[in-house]
Design a protein around this ligand. Sequence first.
Ligand code: 3NM
Length: 218
Amino acid sequence: MNIKEALRIYFIMGSNNCGHHEPLDVLKQAIDGGITMFQFREKGSGALIGEAKKQFARDCFRLCKQANVPFIVNDDVDLAIEIGADGVHVGQDDLDAGIVRQKLGQDKIIGVSSHTLQESKAAIEAGADYIGMGPVYATTTKLDTNPVAGTTAIQETREHFPQFPIVAIGGLQADNFTPAIEAGADGISIISAIASVPNPKEATEKLVSTMKEVINDA
Ligand code: 3NM
């Protein structure tokens, strides 16, 4: 798998991000619309736990597998191993990427959230396959984010690591993500601009077509 291509339109979702939509229907629509990777992020207020979380993860994984969309689990390494997910994404307060690598083995994808060049360096040295950088813009989806970062740290990391896979996150939507790609990100991570809109499939298609234009222009 080409990780940079998989990062292009990276949809992240948990059941509490979907408003009045049925979460599996949101994921199905996002897949039909053309997402290139999916992260199962079942956390925060009202999130499923225990068996219900596991069953929801398996259902999401099944939809992704049918469409050849890589399936990444946020934070929960044991769940990822148990269901055979394609990888794990960890934040700065979660398990260290080196430990995740030991647990998962070499052939799985490990993503790490980074906010500075220093955090990017540490994640890369610890064996990450990609880093997620943000928040580019203000977001109300995650309450404990770092301060809004714009694209400066993305640009710095890109200058130091010309080839390393980077995905931007935070407040991104079709009409505002271009600066993140111009700063050097390979793709965009999206929660609310797909999960909380009236038509997730149409929103995804718009992100996909805008990304094609932005990449061709770059
Ligand atoms: N992590 P939306 S921002 C999960 O900056 C997450 O590390 C962030 O949601 C970070 O696309 C964020 O709705 C939320 O803004 C992204």
